[in-house]
Design a protein around this ligand. Structure first.
Ligand SMILES: *[C@@H]1O[C@H](CO)[C@@H](O)[C@H](O)[C@H]1NC(C)=O
Ligand SMILES: *[C@@H]1O[C@H](CO)[C@@H](O)[C@H](O)[C@H]1NC(C)=O
Ligand SMILES: *[C@@H]1O[C@H](CO)[C@@H](O)[C@H](O)[C@H]1NC(C)=O
Ligand SMILES: *[C@@H]1O[C@H](CO)[C@@H](O)[C@H](O)[C@H]1NC(C)=O
Ligand SMILES: *[C@@H]1O[C@H](CO)[C@@H](O)[C@H](O)[C@H]1NC(C)=O
Ligand SMILES: *[C@@H]1O[C@H](CO)[C@@H](O)[C@H](O)[C@H]1NC(C)=O
Ligand SMILES: *[C@@H]1O[C@H](CO)[C@@H](O)[C@H](O)[C@H]1NC(C)=O
Ligand SMILES: *[C@@H]1O[C@H](CO)[C@@H](O)[C@H](O)[C@H]1NC(C)=O
Ligand SMILES: *[C@@H]1O[C@H](CO)[C@@H](O)[C@H](O)[C@H]1NC(C)=O
Ligand SMILES: *[C@@H]1O[C@H](CO)[C@@H](O)[C@H](O)[C@H]1NC(C)=O
Ligand SMILES: *[C@@H]1O[C@H](CO)[C@@H](O)[C@H](O)[C@H]1NC(C)=O
Ligand SMILES: *[C@@H]1O[C@H](CO)[C@@H](O)[C@H](O)[C@H]1NC(C)=O
Length: 831
């Protein structure tokens, strides 16, 4: 999932630097400020702004203790009272409560604490004492919880910004804002949880100029009363659940410069009047249910237009391709799913583009030469995925070397690109060219891509040996080479401190052993080596990887007995293992079963926000962060059918040991793996009875025991498996009555074929003894009842290609990983 935030967070309150002349500040105020200083720590990672500095460091009680001269403090020239405090981006860390001395500064008119880290404090009710506040900015400063009702006593507020905090404003909610802050000019509550309709009474704010209610959980129609907000310049309601048509009266709000209605549930077409608004700078109108015609020519004659995001519209282009100086210099342009068949000619004039997305169109043929001049220095994200592009015009010689000097993110996936693999510039962080028709080898020039975090070359016809240096790319998080023709060995030098989370080299012709140096990849979560010609014993040393969740070795030449784990703590996070179609022999790996602790819990706790397994591939860079998740994919046999999981549900637990040469009995210890959803041991040489402990696998949905030498009866305890949807015991030596009822009434003949001794429904052979069990044995634990909803909704989740959202976050400069993590924790992962 990819997101775009365009944050304009670093507004400065420039009025707050002091030119102290006359009055000296009051003692009670300077001591309140010093107390405030005492109560907070300086932590460089507390602010995102690259120009942040610890404003309060210079405050002191020494000789020059006139607080009016302190950095960030503004006093009234007449009275000497502190009327302004700007501690934005001051690297402050610490908690706030109602006893904070901040609330002694009762003459404050402007308070800016934006971009600090207040440790998820609540906004203290004492905020009410600052009753002369006109300007309050607490954005991006890690305040949390319900916004206290006392804030509504600040009836002089003109500007209120609480954006980017995990705050709630419910009961009282937005309505109270409109009732009590009637002088508001700016109201920014982006990402504050409102969960309400837009109240009519918002029209009560006749002076409102800037309204940002993006990602607030708003729903319902936009009330028509808002057409009274004639001063509005910014109307930003991105990412809510708003419904109805786009209100045509928006076209009458002639002051509007920025409109963002994207990612709501609006339907219908865009009123042309909106496109004709004279002062537009930002226009974002993407939505699943929007359609119709948009007059691009009327938008493109607005000189100040810098951001234009449209999807799913039929675009009418300027008739003539000559562009004069009045063509706007766009910074961000996305025209997605608009059935474009060629590159829009007006791109010729776009020298300052930073982000361009033309994904999900029908652009055919070559990528023309002239495109390389577009944003040569500025472009950092280019998404041309899901078109019909065939090659790069300019490169007669291969491989094509792409020219954009500052490109971070390049997505050329799902086209028809032929020839050699294009080489991105060294600045690249995310490169996705999956699903094309590229041939040839990976150029050694790839070794220069020292910042690359995501490399997805899967589903092409690339071949040759993998360059050794690939494993030196120390920032790599995702390496996907699936479904190519790579030969030779998997290169074996993986550095310590590798960031790799996902490696998929399945469906190639790789040989040799699993490189031992993979044990350096301590972040690794998914390792897919299937469908190659690897020849090795079971790599039990991978058990040391503390985060490994998915391991697939299927269809290779792995051999010998699996043996014991090196320690009982091995594979602590393993959820899915597939070793099918190899040459393993000996007993099933019972000792390993004991150590696979993640499989033993029936309800693995998982993060609700991340119901699928994803690698967070977000990368900070000098210019931006790209927030991006890579959904793990996996091909596995489920319910007897080879299934491609485009996404893997976060708590899926599966073991596939099928098609090897395992022998011996199935031990009762298998019943300990209570989290199992899929168990496949078919096509081995297993003997003995089906263990009745299988009844403990309450989550089991698919059980394949077919093609072994199992004997005895099918234990009636299996009737307890109320989620079982697939059961195959065919081609064994089973005998006796088939359990009747529950899920077993849904299995057909095929489940039992090739067992001469079985009898009872659905087979035609009747049992001699009429004792066919229809109830589970009474001494067993109580079943859950068969009216449970089927949980099989994870079976195959088809990929949503979406409408080609732009990937990335543009958020100032120079972010450290630590700051990125805080950012993602607060804002990034929710959608
Ligand atoms: C931050 O919050 C945590 C949890 O409430 C608390 O334990 C810790 O002391 C706080 N840190 C500071 C510096 O206030
Ligand atoms: C408020 O925070 C200060 C430290 O900043 C602490 O000493 C005081 O006990 C806290 N008061 C309450 C009521 O939590
Ligand atoms: C608030 O401002 C008014 C005038 O605008 C002034 O009379 C009053 O004293 C101020 N109150 C405080 C607490 O500063
Ligand atoms: C907010 O406004 C309402 C209606 O105007 C009023 O009843 C209420 O007292 C105000 N709340 C505060 C805290 O001032
Ligand atoms: C909007 O303005 C019109 C006229 O200017 C007025 O009659 C109407 O009451 C206003 N609506 C609201 C909800 O304020
Ligand atoms: C918008 O303005 C036009 C012209 O001033 C007027 O005819 C139209 O009724 C207005 N639309 C709305 C919805 O107020
Ligand atoms: C694009 O073409 C498809 C198929 O021809 C059509 O269904 C769709 O409505 C078109 N979309 C636009 C935005 O014109
Ligand atoms: C477009 O430009 C061509 C030549 O560049 C000219 O012949 C034609 O008349 C122009 N069409 C319009 C509608 O301006
Ligand atoms: C892990 O990486 C270091 C160098 O970073 C290397 O010396 C070591 O041999 C690697 N470990 C394995 C098992 O290859
Ligand atoms: C499993 O679910 C039960 C009840 O819902 C709960 O009590 C238990 O803590 C959960 N166990 C785990 C490991 O999540
Ligand atoms: C590459 O793009 C495809 C869609 O075209 C997507 O499914 C895949 O997850 C992307 N790969 C990475 C590593 O993000
Ligand atoms: C990023 O920060 C480092 C020091 O922390 C500084 O040297 C570098 O110039 C900064 N880069 C940008 C683009 O601000």
């Amino acid at each position: 999932m990819r997101l775009l935030f365009f944050l304009s967070i670093f507004h400065y309150l420039n009025s707050c630097s002091s030119l102290s002349t006359q009055p000296v500040c009051k003692d009670f105020e300077s001591s309140a400020l010093l107390q405030l200083k005492q109560s907070l720590e300086i932590d460089v990672s507390a602010s995102f702004d690259p120009f942040a500095y610890p404003t309060i460091s210079s405050w002191n009680s020494g000789e020059r203790n006139d607080c009016c001269s302190w950095d960030g403090v503004l006093c009234d020239r007449g009275t000497g009272y502190v009327i302004g405090l700007d501690l934005s981006s001051s690297q402050l860390y610490g908690s706030f409560n109602s006893s904070s001395s901040l609330f002694h500064l009762v003459y404050l008119q402007k308070l800016n604490l934006a971009d600090n880290d207040f440790n998820y404090s609540q906004i203290p009710p004492s905020i009410r004492y600052l009753s002369n506040l006109t300007y309050l900015n607490l954005s991006m400063s890690a305040f949390s919880g319900q916004i206290p009702p006392e804030i509504f006593e600040l009836s002089n507020l003109v500007s209120l910004d609480l954006s980017f905090n995990p705050l709630k404003l419910q009961n009282p909610g937005l309505k109270s804002v409109a009732e009590n802050f009637t002088s508001l000019k700016l109201l920014h509550l982006r990402r504050v949880n409102l969960s309400s309709p837009v109240p009519h009474i918002l029209a009560n704010l006749p002076s409102l100029k800037s309204l940002d209610l993006s990602s607030c959980g708003l729903y319902g129609d936009i009330p028509i009363s808002l057409k009274n907000l004639t001063q509005l310049t910014q109307f930003l309601v991105h990412n809510n659940q708003l419904t109805g048509q786009i209100p045509p009266w928006l076209g009458n709000l002639t002051q509007l410069t920025d409109i963002d209605l994207s990612d709501n549930k609006f339907h219908g077409s865009i009123p042309q009047s909106i496109c004709r608004l004279p002062n537009l700078e930002t226009v974002s109108l993407r939505g699943k249910y929007l359609s119709g015609r948009v007059e691009l020519d009327s938008l493109l004659n607005k000189k100040k237009l810098t951001i234009l995001l449209l999807s799913g519209f039929h675009l009418s282009f300027p008739i003539n391709s000559t562009f004069n100086t009045s063509t706007p210099k766009l910074k961000i342009l996305a025209l997605n799913a608009c059935n474009l068949t060629e590159f829009p000619i007006f791109l010729h004039s776009q020298q300052e583009l930073k982000i361009l997305s033309l994904a999900n169109n029908k652009i055919q043929g070559q990528i023309p030469n002239w495109l390389f001049n577009m944003g040569k220095q500025t472009l950092f994200s280019l998404d041309l995925s899901h078109n019909f592009l065939t090659n790069f015009e300019s490169f007669n010689h291969s491989p094509p070397i792409l020219p954009w000097d500052n490109l971070l993110d390049l997505d050329l996936s799902s086209n028809k690109l032929q020839g050699s693999l294009p080489i991105p510039p060294p600045s690249i962080a995310q490169y996705n060219i999956t699903n094309n028709k590229l041939t040839g080898e990976i150029s050694p020039l790839f070794c220069n891509l020292s910042s690359i975090a995501v490399l997805d070359l899967s589903h092409n016809n690339l071949g040759g040996m993998l360059p050794k240096c690939l494993s030196n790319l120390s920032d790599l998080v995702v390496l996907n080479l699936q479904s190519n023709n790579f030969r030779g060995i998997l290169p074996g030098i993986y550095m310590e401190q590798s960031r790799l989370k996902a490696i998929d080299v399945s469906y190639n012709q790789l040989e040799g052993q699993v490189p031992r140096s993979l044990s350096n990849c301590t972040m690794l979560e998914i390792l897919l080596l299937g469908n190659n010609q690897l020849s090795d014993i079971f790599p039990s040393w991978l058990g040391k990887l503390p985060r490994l969740r998915v391991l697939s070795l299927q269809s290779n030449g792995f051999h010998s007995a699996i043996g014991k784990p090196e320690s009982s703590l091995d594979f602590p996070k393993l959820q899915i293992i597939d070793v099918s179609f190899n040459n393993f022999i000996g007993k099933l790996p019972y000792e390993h079963f004991q150590s696979w602790t993640s499989m033993k819990v029936a309800n693995l706790t998982f993060d609700e926000d991340n119901a699928y397994m994803v690698a967070d591939t977000s990368t900070p860079s000098p210019y931006s962060i790209f927030v991006n998740d890579f959904s793990y994919t996996l091909e596995m046999t489920n319910k007897g059918i080879k299934t491609l999981y485009q996404k893997i549900q976060d708590h899926l637990v599966a073991i596939d040991l099928s098609s090897n040469k395992f022998d011996g009995e199935i031990s009762e210890v298998i019943g300990n793996l209570k989290g199992l959803h899929l168990l496949n041991v078919s096509n081995n040489m297993l003997t003995g009875p089906i263990p009745s402990s299988l009844e403990n696998l309450m989550e089991l949905e698919s059980l394949d025991l077919s093609q072994n030498r199992l004997s005895g009866e099918i234990p009636p305890q299996l009737l307890h498996l109320t989620f079982l949807e697939f059961f195959n015991a065919s081609n064994n030596h089973l005998m006796g009555p088939i359990p009747q009822g529950q899920q077993f009434s849904t299995f057909g003949n095929d489940s039992y074929l090739g067992n001469t001794g079985l009898c009872g429904m659905p087979l035609t052979k009747k049992c001699k003894i009429s004792k066919t069990l229809t109830q589970p044995p009474p001494n067993s634990k109580q079943g859950e009842g068969s009216n449970f909803p089927s949980k099989s909704d994870w079976v195959v989740i088809m990929m949503e290609y979406g409408s080609g959202l732009i990937n990335g976050v543009v958020i100032g400069n120079n972010l450290t990983i630590k700051k990125l993590e805080r950012f993602l924790k607060n804002f990034g992962r929710k959608q």
